[in-house]
Design a protein around this ligand. Structure first.
Ligand SMILES: *[C@@H]1O[C@H](CO)[C@@H](O)[C@H](O)[C@H]1NC(C)=O
Ligand SMILES: *[C@@H]1O[C@H](CO)[C@@H](O)[C@H](O)[C@H]1NC(C)=O
Ligand SMILES: *[C@@H]1O[C@H](CO)[C@@H](O)[C@H](O)[C@H]1NC(C)=O
Ligand SMILES: *[C@@H]1O[C@H](CO)[C@@H](O)[C@H](O)[C@H]1NC(C)=O
Ligand SMILES: *[C@@H]1O[C@H](CO)[C@@H](O)[C@H](O)[C@H]1NC(C)=O
Length: 338
């Protein structure tokens, strides 16, 4: 009996020690403090193990970029810091500069990228949150208001849950998505998706200066024509007041996670992953009322409300311009996904 108790006791001590150590490690590993740095090969992992931050080389590229990806899906990059300034010398360092900014240095210690915000802190720390947001903040204060800089304010091609797309009207900050140039080059590509505030607000996808798609106009309550709709996995919010005008979605929780991406061909896609699954699927939502629009699918097109792309050609016809037809598909899609 005595022995049993002893064993139980050491068992408890042992495991308390282990969990203490694990706790210490995971706390340490989502944060960089001044005078700490990490280099390629090392990563930060968010506390809930959802996201990871580190240097990567996309596709066939040898350039190094600092990015955030899903811990379980390192190939899915949701954010890139130095999109336009790759490190070309295979040695990257992430650190906090003496003046409190988050900086990326190359092998010869030149500043390749900087968080460069107008505000600074006494003692700033950078933390990768479990939402996928990389924040720079005063170490003693973790309130949202105290963020000096956050990656969510500078989206790449992906909108995660709780990320705002749109405007801070007070500061003029506009958050929008930009496609990658190619699978090996995360620099800004052709497609930009954001909220236009010239006139009445509306979602607009642009290719260069050309408008490729827009929703109906915001009438103060909702977008006419295209609804900002709930999906089984996400609930949209649209905020419009004197300070802010943005779209955001909340994850419905449960066992599915979701992300919204503008891909290199200008397709706006919502992906969904079920818990335990290793494959992301493109979510599709049945449209309502799109087929009612006269000539919606063009001459010799048939509109089928239950189809993924709802437009089909009549038998014997092919799309006049395949590219435009492809665009058409996603324009249907996006309306269902918001
Ligand atoms: C960082 O290191 C420098 C030089 O070693 C030191 O003077 C400074 O106090 C350190 N800063 C912090 C915040 O630890
Ligand atoms: C680091 O970047 C600077 C500035 O862009 C550049 O002049 C230098 O050659 C780079 N260092 C290496 C080792 O590539
Ligand atoms: C930081 O911002 C200032 C003002 O916007 C700009 O002039 C400067 O080039 C930026 N520096 C870096 C490293 O991005
Ligand atoms: C944290 O920062 C916010 C905004 O700067 C401030 O309102 C709040 O009082 C601070 N909290 C603490 C505990 O210092
Ligand atoms: C964009 O997404 C569509 C639909 O999934 C896909 O067919 C296309 O290849 C993608 N474009 C690129 C450049 O990956």
């Amino acid at each position: 009996m005595h022995l049993m108790q002893m064993e139980t006791f050491s068992f408890i001590v042992f495991y308390s020690l282990i969990s203490f150590l694990v706790l210490k490690l995971s706390i340490a590993s989502d944060t960089i403090t001044p005078n700490q740095s990490f280099t390629n090969g090392e990563t930060l992992v968010s506390s809930g193990q959802s996201f990871e931050l580190g240097f990567f080389s996309p596709g066939s590229s040898n350039n190094l970029f600092l990015g955030i990806w899903y811990k379980k899906f390192p190939e899915i990059i949701v954010w890139v810091a130095n999109r336009e300034n790759p490190i070309t010398d295979s040695h990257g360092i992430l650190t906090i500069s003496s003046d409190g900014h988050l900086v990326i240095l190359n092998g010869t210690k030149s500043v390749i990228w900087s968080s460069n915000s107008s505000r600074t802190a006494q003692y700033s720390v950078a933390q990768l949150l479990d939402s996928g947001n990389l924040v720079l903040r005063e170490s003693s204060n973790s309130s949202t208001e105290s963020y000096i800089w956050q990656s969510f304010d500078f989206p790449s091609d992906t909108l995660l849950a709780d990320m705002k797309m749109g405007w801070n009207l007070k500061t003029g900050l506009n958050r929008f998505l930009t496609s990658w140039k190619s699978a090996s080059d995360p620099s800004p590509g052709d497609f930009i998706y954001g909220i236009d505030v010239i006139g009445l607000p509306q979602f607009v996808l642009r290719k260069g200066s050309e408008k490729k798609y827009r929703t109906g106009i915001w009438n103060g309550l909702r977008f006419s024509g295209a609804g900002v709709k709930s999906t089984p996995v996400s609930t949209p919010t649209f905020v419009s007041n004197t300070d802010e005008l943005y779209y955001m979605y909340k994850s419905n929780g449960g066992s599915m996670i979701t992300r919204f991406v503008v891909n290199q061909s200008g397709l706006l896609q919502r992906f969904v992953l079920s818990e335990g699954s290793s494959e992301w699927t493109i979510m599709s939502i049945t449209q309502t009322d799109q087929c009612d629009d006269y000539g919606h699918c063009g001459a010799n097109g048939i509109c089928k409300i239950n189809k993924g792309p709802i437009c089909e050609c009549l038998q014997g016809f092919i799309p006049k311009v395949q590219k435009e037809w492809d665009m058409f598909d996603w324009s249907m899609d996006v309306q269902g996904r918001h």
